[in-house]
Design a protein. Structure first.
Length: 166
């Protein structure tokens, strides 16, 4: 657990938008610009409030290394813009040293999420949802996978290792 109130605040500024973004992605298949914009705007505030030096260039490098391929994947229609922005801004917060673990965890959590959703989309479960009166959009066969959940899970997993907290 972070030792200081400042560290706890920085942790909350990082985790809260991730959770909100994941929730929106689950229910609406959309991550609002306000979520990723808030994370981007709060990063320098958190960095300045950190009780230790911040290697700004390495945080920027992590964000840039993620942004370039994500922008290309978005332009090609392979991923959503919200996912690209959430992955980029989370990489910015985590910095260079946590970039590879973050990307690996995102892939692992994304694979598990996809398997769980695909298993839940079977006809036997569909009957249960119909009896309950509704089937969540995420379980409809035509729906995609809300990858923001995997991105947020990976970020939250690494949150206590944020370089901004001591």
């Amino acid at each position: 657990m972070p030792a200081t109130v400042g560290d706890q605040l920085i942790l909350a500024l990082f985790v809260a938008p991730l959770v909100v973004g994941a929730a929106f992605d689950l229910w609406r298949f959309r991550i609002p610009n306000a979520v990723t914009g808030a994370m981007l705007a709060l990063f320098p505030v958190a960095g300045l409030a950190a009780g230790q030096p911040v290697e700004w260039q390495w945080h920027a490098a992590a964000g840039a290394v993620v942004f370039v391929p994500m922008a290309a994947l978005f332009a090609a229609g392979i991923i959503g813009g919200g996912d690209a922005k959430l992955l980029t801004v989370t990489a910015l917060w985590l910095g260079w040293d946590l970039l590879l673990p973050f990307l690996m965890l995102t892939v692992i959590f994304g694979g598990v999420l996809a398997l769980l959703i695909l298993m839940a989309r079977n006809p036997a479960l569909e009957a249960l949802f119909l009896m309950a009166g509704a089937r969540p959009q995420v379980l409809q066969k035509e729906a995609g996978i809300p990858y923001g959940i995997a991105i947020a899970a990976a970020g939250c997993w690494l949150a206590l290792q944020l370089p901004l907290i001591g």
